[in-house]
Design a binder for this molecule. Structure first.
Ligand code: ADP
Length: 488
């Protein structure tokens, strides 16, 4: 019998323990699916305050791991918990680094010692494995926070027999976050100065931890097929297109899946009424409850209700929303926004909510439970992203019979098919040019279809029938692991 493939899956956020966005959803639901396919998988995550304060069953796993950082040696503990499906999750404790209110920073900006924090996490993850004899075939890293790991395997640990058969996979969830730090801090991460060059971790005179991952990993994946192509072009490559082009033979675009244990109106524990294809009309109860909860005018229990659940960042197309927000009032549609992010968007939206309290509900902050109730209660979900590596909210929206209105980019383009009233096929509305008018046209068309009735139900049901469960994508990851594997 062949040994199961052993994977060490390292991420800076994992749902339900710590979450700021889609990375957490992926890191929380892909490992259990890989486990069900026979992979021996273990997950590693920093022991943030949110994890400590949560109601998770946690036990100590290792005490006093010595981890070099710059010219000091830190001693940290490793704790252990597990996902509901029994995947072990190791938590890297270092109170000075992770015992804070945020994961990466405060609303004012990033923590100034993020290089120290995540260098520690990366190095500790490898040293812990070695110290405890936790052998693995593949280390799967995610985004800049874990980008140093492939670099460490090719440099610091290159000659160490414990790591000689370990392959690395780097998944890029969002190229917009490159993990950039001043060049003079190279000693913090412990890489030799000889790695600071164009083919190494240097990026326009700075250290880029994301680039480290991309350059040194055995394979690179992106979270949708279209994004894997887009990043090789200047428009989306954000200066790294040349690096990706060079590695194009090792890049795989694998669409994210949805965790339907968490995101399905049949059993969602956050929503007011459960529904499925057989009783879509019960979605109306969720809508009425949402209208009440948010204090919108009662007529919006019947009028179109538009929503956005998103980080408030330029990437998410917030500028387009700002431009057309008042037109939504003209259409006599309601608008619900749940988001947090850049100050200028937050302030604009708060002002808008105050001006139109009857038809607009703006909630600034991160609220997992409300996100579910919006997904169930709204009629349409707006995702006008400038770029979108995959996007999960449109995939969740489909399951809840909430029609996505998206820009045709990255994973949004891969997952949403334009509705054609003649054939009755399609799952949403799409526009191509990043222009407010194009966005508004699609909203108007959606509102018209909603008012007309019959075709709307067809469209809603098409979405609810779509299936983006993890299994197929997880099998694609297995293929990549197998490609890079040096053992077995
Ligand atoms: P990204 O990872 O770029 O932020 P995704 O669409 O991949 O975007 O994933 C976003 C995830 O974060 C979804 O689960 C979404 O419901 C959630 N989310 C985003 N903003 C909020 C918020 N303000 N409150 C609660 N959940 C949010």
């Amino acid at each position: 019998m062949t040994e199961p493939l052993k994977v060490w899956f390292l991420a800076s956020e994992v749902a339900p323990f710590a979450k700021t966005g889609g990375l957490a959803d992926v890191a929380g639901s892909l490992p259990p699916c890989l486990k069900s396919l026979g992979v021996d998988i273990k997950v590693g995550l920093p022991f943030y305050r949110t994890v400590k304060d949560g109601s998770f069953e946690i036990k100590k796993s290792f005490e006093g791991l010595e981890v070099p950082l710059g010219d000091t040696i830190l001693r940290g503990d490793i704790l252990e918990t597990s996902t509901e499906e029994g995947v072990p999750v190791y938590l890297f404790d270092m109170e000075d680094f992770f015992g804070r209110s945020g994961l990466y920073g405060t609303p004012k900006g990033d923590y100034p010692d993020n290089l120290e924090r995540f260098s520690y996490f990366c190095r500790a993850a490898l040293l812990f494995a070695k110290e405890t004899g936790l052998s693995f075939d593949v280390v799967h890293c995610h985004d800049w926070q874990t980008g140093l790991i492939p670099a460490y395997l090719r440099t610091l640990f290159k000659a160490d027999p414990f790591f000689s058969d370990v392959a690395s996979v780097m998944t890029v969830h969002n190229l917009g976050y490159q993990g950039l730090f001043p060049a003079d801090k190279l000693s913090v991460c412990g890489l030799p100065a000889t790695e600071f060059h164009l083919e190494g971790i240097e990026f326009w005179g700075k250290i880029s931890l994301l680039k480290a991952g991309i350059v040194y990993a055995d394979a690179i994946t992106t979270v949708s097929p279209t994004y894997s192509q887009e990043i090789q072009r200047p428009e989306f490559g954000l200066g790294m297109e040349g690096i990706f082009k060079k590695r194009s033979a090792d890049i795989y675009g694998i669409l994210n899946g949805a965790d339907y244990h968490t995101w399905d109106p049949v059993a969602d524990r956050h929503i007011n009424a459960h529904y499925s294809l057989g009783n879509v009309k019960d979605k109306g109860q969720c809508k009425a409850a949402l209208v009440n909860e948010l204090g919108l005018d009662q007529r919006f229990a019947d009028r179109p209700l538009l929503a956005m659940v998103s980080r408030l960042a330029a990437q998410k197309g917030c500028d387009l929303l700002v431009e057309i927000a008042r037109d939504i009032v003209e259409l006599d549609a309601g608008l619900v926004v749940l988001g947090a992010g850049e100050d200028k968007y937050e302030r604009f939206l708060i002002g808008l909510g105050k001006k139109y309290p009857e038809c607009m509900a703006i909630r600034i902050g991160f609220d997992e439970s409300l996100a579910h109730r919006i997904m169930a209660g709204a009629d349409m979900l707006l995702i006008p992203s400038r770029y979108e590596p995959c996007g999960l909210t449109q995939i969740y929206a489909l399951k809840y019979g909430t029609v996505p209105i998206v820009r045709a980019t990255g994973g949004l383009d891969d997952t949403i098919k334009r509705f054609d009233p003649v054939s009755g096929r399609g799952t949403g509305f799409k526009f191509v040019e990043y222009e407010a008018e194009a966005f508004l046209d699609q909203i108007k068309e959606a509102v018209r279809l909603f008012e007309e009735g019959t075709n709307w139900m067809k469209l809603v049901e098409n979405g609810m029938r779509s299936d983006f469960s993890w299994k197929r994508s997880a099998q694609e990851y297995l293929y990549v692991y197998d490609k890079v594997r040096k053992t077995g």
